[in-house]
Design a protein around this ligand. Structure first.
Ligand code: ADP
Ligand code: ASP
Ligand code: MG
Length: 442
């Protein structure tokens, strides 16, 4: 019989009621043998995720403050779930040890990881599944890079005689025994690794929306669900801010050809989104674009110098400056006498003056400035290359909404069109492109 790996996000495990839904989903299909939980997320809009409460404990200790109140709240969240579920389980020993380690400054990643660790113990007890600590099987090297082969081997060895297990998401251990986490949202990555290791027939990623939507539901009202999407398209969209699935969750399953199915814990009968290697479905051949996503928080270094295109080594000098300042860039659109470097504003913080003065010294530009508050927007779809006029439709929609385009970049794969716009136009831009392509396709 095939095996399914199921990952449940924070909102799917935010309280006892959500735990019951999760157990019903798992028990309704006996193939759902390996479960990867996140830490309890928000129960309502203004609520705080346990992971964020743990980060704040770490910050309190760092600044010499007491964590009694904050840690007490974390304890309450878990004890509330345990008692509402009527479980005969006490985490007092774990709480004591964790509070001790937090006070002893056991590290930021250690602090954050305890959210998944504790939730995993509760979920395992509730399901009657074995609990496998991620620190036993998920490995990072001493530079903090994830070790796929060693991890896969360790998971396979550990589950040899295990039928069903809960393995907490988000963290693992380094070769020198320190707890390390993936970046935020990283339980998605753990789920994908486990799916690969157990040779799952499918990796189900259960969240609080009925699949990957064409645009962010917090911006576009009631956007349509994407029924099928390729790994490549999804990676573009998640990299550009559609955070429903961590961008690194693709790699482990991609080479093994294991599909990912995004599902809704609060609406389990909805089919959700299938993420596959190749998509030949009818739906995609009808729709030119698959999805729209974007992010704020970029800036552009604009350099102007007459005849720069014929000056050998001009771009190299600029790239060397970025390299020396440990800066990576997103895009470099260029013209005959101009080039812009678009990069994240956070990465440039504190380095602006140094970078500008080095550029002045190295290439003596006619004009040099930094433009702030730029948002990038990606229109993604593998159907785009076949359809003439897609870019024209994007630009027409933006111009119709009186949105000024600062930069355009079309990936060489013709899978996406990226535009740079002012941050204040961001939401309007997403809405107008959505309605140009989707509403008009009805
Ligand atoms: P989980 O806690 O289950 O991992 P996340 O909060 O990480 O869930 O991801 C789900 C959320 O992603 C949704 O509630 C939604 O607000 C947001 N989101 C952003 N862009 C999209 C999109 N294109 N499709 C679906 N959800 C999106
Ligand atoms: N709990 C972690 C976070 O909030 C990991 C996850 O939810 O995937 O980022
Ligand atoms: Mg997530």
């Amino acid at each position: 019989m095939g095996v399914k790996v199921v990952k449940f996000g924070g909102s799917s495990l935010a309280d006892a009621n959500q735990f019951r839904k999760v157990a019903d989903i798992i028990k309704s299909d006996e193939k759902r043998k390996f479960v990867v939980p996140s830490a309890p997320g928000k129960r309502f809009r203004e609520d705080t995720k346990v992971t964020d409460m743990l980060y704040s404990c770490y910050e309190l200790v760092k600044s010499g403050k007491d964590i009694k109140d904050q840690f007490g709240k974390i304890r309450e969240r878990y004890n509330g779930i345990i008692s509402d579920l009527g479980l005969d389980l006490s985490l007092d020993k774990e709480f004591e040890e964790i509070e001790y380690c937090l006070k002893a400054k056991s590290g930021r990643d250690y602090a954050a990881s305890r959210g998944e660790y504790l939730n995993g113990i509760i979920l395992a007890a509730y399901l009657g599944y074995e609990f496998i600590d991620a620190a036993e099987v998920i490995y990072f090297d001493d530079n903090g890079s994830f070790m796929l082969d060693k991890t896969i081997e360790a998971v396979r060895e550990r589950i040899k005689n295990v039928e069903c297990a809960v393995i907490p998401g988000f963290y693992g251990i380094t070769l020198n025994d320190t707890i390390k986490t993936f970046s935020r949202g990283g339980s998605d990555v753990t789920g994908s690794i486990i799916a690969r290791a157990v040779r799952a027939e499918i990796y189900e990623n259960w969240t609080d929306v009925s699949g990957f939507l064409i645009a962010d539901p917090r911006i576009v009202e009631d956007p349509k669900v994407i029924k099928t999407i390729t790994y490549k398209e999804l990676r573009e969209l998640s990299y550009m801010g559609a955070t429903v699935l961590h961008e690194d969750a693709i790699f482990p399953v991609r080479t093994a050809g294991i599909p990912i199915n995004i599902r809704n814990t609060n609406d389990p009968s909805a089919p959700g989104t299938m993420i596959v290697a190749e998509d030949n479905s009818e739906e995609t051949s009808r729709n030119t674009i698959t999805g729209i996503a974007g992010k704020k928080g970029f800036c552009a270094i604009n350099i102007e110098k007459s005849m720069m295109n014929s000056e050998v080594g001009f771009v190299k000098k600029i790239l060397d400056i970025l390299y020396k300042n440990d800066l990576s860039f997103e895009h470099i659109p260029s013209g005959i006498d101009t080039m812009s470097i678009v990069l994240s504003a956070a990465s440039l913080e504190g380095k602006e003056e140094a970078v500008l003065s080095q550029i002045r010294k190295e290439v003596d530009p006619d004009h040099l400035e930094i433009e702030h508050n730029i948002a990038l927007l990606a229109v993604v779809g593998h159907g785009m290359y076949k359809t003439r006029g897609t870019a024209a439709r994007v630009f027409a929609a933006l111009s119709h909404a009186r949105i000024n385009i600062k930069m355009i970049d079309q990936g060489s794969s013709e899978l996406n069109i990226i535009v740079g716009i002012g941050e204040s136009d961001f939401e309007d831009a997403i809405r107008c492109i959505y309605s140009a392509f989707i509403d008009s396709a009805e």
